[in-house]
Design a protein around this ligand. Structure first.
Ligand code: MG
Ligand code: MG
Length: 265
């Protein structure tokens, strides 16, 4: 069942999503070679709780194994999604996708950004910028009268045109009082397919893109997902509402990118 949101609900979703953006910006400040992903998790959880919210990932159920033990997913290099924070030390040239979810006043925020650690190669820089561009190509399609497939097609064609792969097993989703609601929002598909987009539809659009082949494995912790060819993967996510006919981005990379600009000076 797809729940269309009222304007009031959309503003609550925006508040939750802006907190996710602020949390990721706090992490952006400290991401550098030598930091462990566990340290990032500790900072994120404290920041989320200090702001009166709950980290929705913590304790997230898993049909295959243990609940998710942390407040963020930290997926490093060839990890695609759902990396569990731990003793892994970030190194110069790595990339780390940080996916963060919160619940604030009963509504969920969900957004992800892939960060560079120290100096990464030009090849990786291009890969990250194409993946991020594909997110915005998808968002451009999130307007009244279009269908989910228009979003999917836009993401897929943008990434595949550069020779990158689109992961099939994980998809975007509706968002509201629950982090994962209907409909599913695949990153691959055909134009004109899927449900019609209406005002009040709130969805997380989240390209999960590989530099090489799209085949993936689940790690033994029953959470982390890695590429089989060990090539890097990237993940960018915004929560978006179709509102007044257009795409209204509820999450924000503004604070994150402000921090990244300041760090590069
Ligand atoms: Mg997410
Ligand atoms: Mg999501």
């Amino acid at each position: 069942m797809v729940y269309l949101k009222t304007d009031e609900e959309v503003e609550l979703l925006r508040k939750a999503n802006l907190l996710v953006g602020k949390t990721l910006a706090e992490l952006a400040k400290v991401i550098k070679p030598g930091v462990t992903t566990k340290q990032l998790d500790v900072i994120a959880e404290e920041f989320i709780r200090d702001n009166g919210a709950i980290p929705t990932f913590k304790g997230f159920p898993n049909p295959y194994g243990p609940e998710f033990p942390a407040s963020i997913c930290t997926s490093v290099n060839h990890q695609v999604v759902h990396g569990i924070p731990g003793d892994v030390c970030l190194k110069d040239g790595d990339i780390v996708s940080i996916d963060c979810g919160v619940k604030l006043d009963g509504y969920c925020g969900d957004s992800c950004y892939t960060f560079e650690v120290g100096q990464v190669s030009d090849e990786i820089k291009k890969f990250l910028s194409v993946t991020k561009e594909s997110l915005y190509k998808g968002i451009e399609q999130a307007i009244v009268g279009h269908r989910i497939g228009d979003i999917s097609y836009a993401v897929q064609t943008h990434c595949e045109a550069q020779g990158y792969g689109v992961v099939r097993e994980f998809v975007g989703h509706g968002i509201g009082k629950e982090m994962h609601e209907d409909p599913q929002v695949p990153n691959y598909g055909k134009r004109g397919n899927g449900i019609l987009l209406k005002n009040g539809l709130c969805i997380a659009i989240e390209p999960m893109i590989t530099m090489g082949a799209i085949d993936i494995y689940m790690q033994q912790d029953m959470w982390g997902i890695i590429t089989r060819d060990s090539k890097p993967a990237a993940h960018f996510e915004h929560s978006v509402c179709v509102r007044k006919g257009k795409a209204d981005i509820l999450s924000s990379f503004e604070e994150i990118e402000k921090v990244l600009r300041e760090k590069s000076l």
